[in-house]
Design a protein around this ligand. Structure first.
Ligand code: EPZ
Length: 405
C-alpha cells in the first residue's frame, strides 16, 4: 500500500516548523505531493524525494507567501499557514477557492489562528496573518465542526506558542494522529491525539526528525472495492486494518470476505454484492472519501441501498456519470438511493475530482464494453500509477492520451 497522502501533506508543511533537515518515509509519488514540495521550495525549504522518502531542509525560510498559482491547484496548501505564523510570526497565503462540490470554507482555520492571538485580514485574495509581539499564545479552542484541516493547522501553530492550547471537538482522523506523532518525534508536547480533545504544551524549538508515514486507508479501501466489484480475490499487503473499522463492516455486510493476517488483508468477493446503507461521518465514522467508490459498488449490488453524505452534502458529481453507465441512482436531500443493476454498460464519462474518478474506474472494470474516463488527471492526485497496479491484479485498463481540441 502507498503512504497516506492526507498524512504526508500536513507533515510536509509541519517540516517548516523545524530548523534543520527532516525526512518522511513512505511518501507517495502524487501530483499533490509535488505541489506541496513546490510550495515549500517557494518558502525557502528545499528538498527532494527519492524513492518515496521526502527530505527537506527548513533551516532558513526566506519567504512567508504561498502564492495563488500553487494554492489554487491544491487546497491543502493552506496547511502552511499555522507553521509560518508560529515560526516566522507572519504569513501570506492565497485564500483557497471552492471545489467541484461547492464552497470549502477555511473559517475554522482562521478563527483558530485568531484565538491563538494572530491578527487576520484579507488582502487581494490573500489571507494575511500577523502573530502578536512575543509570538502566538496558547488558549482554548472549541470547533463547531470536527475539521481535519483546521485541527491540523491549529495543532502546528500551537506547538511553538507560549503556554497550553486545548483543542475541543478535534479531528480524530489517523492522519491527524500521525501529524501529532511526527511533531512529538521532533520535540513537541502533544497529548490526546486520536481523541476529540487535544492538549498542546508550547515548546521553544523543534529538532530534525526522521519519520515513517502510515499507509493510505482510502487507497486500501479503493483496492478492496476493486476486488469486490469484479468478484475477485486479492491480498492487500501493508494496509492498516485498524484504520478501516466501519469500512470493513460495510464490506462484510455486502458479502465481502475479509481476513486480516499478519502482514496482509485477504479479500474474497461474493458472487453478487448485497446492498447496504451508509452515512458518512468524521473518523471513526464512514469516510466521505470512500463514498463515491461505495456508490459504484451499490450500483451493481443486489437490492436497494443508500448513502447519506453529511460532510460535503453536494459531493455527488459522479452520480450523473454513473447513471450514464446505466446505474439507477436517485439523489434527494444529500442522500443517494441506489437500486442495484445486474449490469452496467461502458460509456464516455468525465471525472470531476479525485474520488469521483476512482468510482468511474471501478464501474468501468465491470461495465460491458469499453469505458473511457476523461480528465483522469484528477486520479493522479491521490493514486500512484493506478492503472499499472490494477493491471497487476488482472484488470484490463490502460491510460491513453487523447489529443486536446
Ligand atoms: C480533509 O479535507 C481531506 N483532505 C479530504 O480528502 C477529506 O474529504 C476531508 O478531510 C474530510 O475527511 C486532506 O486531508 C488534504 P475538513 P479538509 O476540514 O481538511 C467544513 C481527498 O479526496 N469546514 O475536515 O478540507 C467543510 O466544509 C480529500 O483526499 C468548515 O466549514 O476537510 C466540511 O463540510 C478531499 N470550515 C467539513 O468541515 C473550515 O474552516 C469537514 O471538512 C473547515 C472545514
Amino acid at each position: 500500500m502507498g503512504g497516506a497522502k492526507n498524512a504526508a501533506l500536513p507533515m510536509m508543511a509541519a517540516a517548516l516548523l523545524i530548523p534543520g533537515r527532516s525526512i518522511i518515509h513512505n511518501v507517495p509519488h502524487l501530483r499533490d505531493v509535488v505541489t506541496m514540495q513546490r510550495v515549500l521550495a517557494q518558502l525557502g525549504a528545499r528538498g527532494g524525494y527519492p524513492n518515496h522518502s521526502f527530505e527537506v531542509d527548513a533551516t532558513e525560510l526566506t519567504q512567508v507567501e504561498a502564492p495563488w498559482d500553487l494554492v489554487r491547484t491544491m487546497r491543502a496548501s493552506i496547511y502552511v499557514l499555522g507553521p509560518l505564523l508560529a515560526r516566522m510570526g507572519r504569513a501570506r497565503v492565497s485564500l483557497p477557492g471552492g471545489c467541484a462540490w461547492g464552497p470549502r470554507p477555511v473559517d475554522l482555520h482562521l478563527r483558530g489562528m485568531e484565538l491563538l492571538g494572530a491578527k487576520i485580514s484579507l488582502d487581494h485574495g490573500y489571507i494575511v496573518a500577523e502573530a502578536p509581539p512575543g509570538g502566538l499564545r496558547g488558549t482554548h479552542i472549541g470547533f463547531d465542526i470536527s475539521s481535519v484541516g483546521a485541527t491540523g493547522n491549529v495543532l502546528m501553530a500551537a506547538v511553538l506558542a507560549r503556554g497550553t492550547t486545548v483543542i475541543e471537538n478535534a479531528s480524530r482522523e489517523p492522519e491527524i494522529v500521525t501529524l501529532a506523532e511526527f511533531l512529538n518525534a521532533a520535540g513537541a508536547s502533544i497529548h490526546g491525539h486520536g481523541t476529540n480533545k487535544i492538549t498542546v504544551e508550547g515548546v521553544r524549538e523543534l529538532h530534525p526528525v526522521e519519520f515513517d508515514n502510515i499507509p493510505d486507508r482510502i487507497e486500501a479501501g479503493t483496492f478492496i472495492a476493486a476486488a469486490a466489484i469484479t468478484k475477485g480475490r486479492v491480498n492487500l499487503v501493508g494496509a492498516r486494518p485498524d484504520h478501516l473499522g466501519v469500512v470493513f463492516d460495510h464490506f462484510r455486510e455486502m458479502g465481502v470476505d475479509l481476513t486480516v493476517e499478519a502482514q496482509s488483508i485477504q479479500v474474497i468477493a461474493p458472487e453478487r454484492l448485497q446492498a447496504t446503507r451508509i452515512v458518512t461521518a468524521p473518523y471513526p465514522g464512514f469516510p466521505t472519501d470512500l463514498q463515491a467508490a461505495f456508490l459504484a459498488l451499490l450500483s451493481v449490488a443486489e437490492g436497494s441501498g443508500s448513502i447519506s453524505e453529511t460532510i460535503y452534502p453536494d459531493r455527488f458529481t459522479h452520480v450523473p456519470e454513473l447513471v450514464r453507465m446505466g446505474a439507477d441512482i436517485v439523489l434527494s436531500d444529500h442522500v443517494a438511493t441506489v437500486r442495484g443493476m445486474s449490469k452496467l454498460s461502458g460509456a464516455h464519462v468525465t471525472s470531476t475530482d479525485l474520488r469521483a474518478s476512482s468510482a468511474l474506474v471501478l464501474a468501468g472494470l465491470v461495465a460491458e464494453g469499453e469505458t473511457l474516463v476523461h480528465r483522469v488527471y484528477h486520479i493522479d492526485r491521490g493514486y500512484e500509477r493506478i492503472e499499472e497496479r490494477l493491471r497487476g491484479v488482472g484488470a484490463d485498463i490502460e491510460r491513453i492520451d487523447i489529443p486536446g481540441p
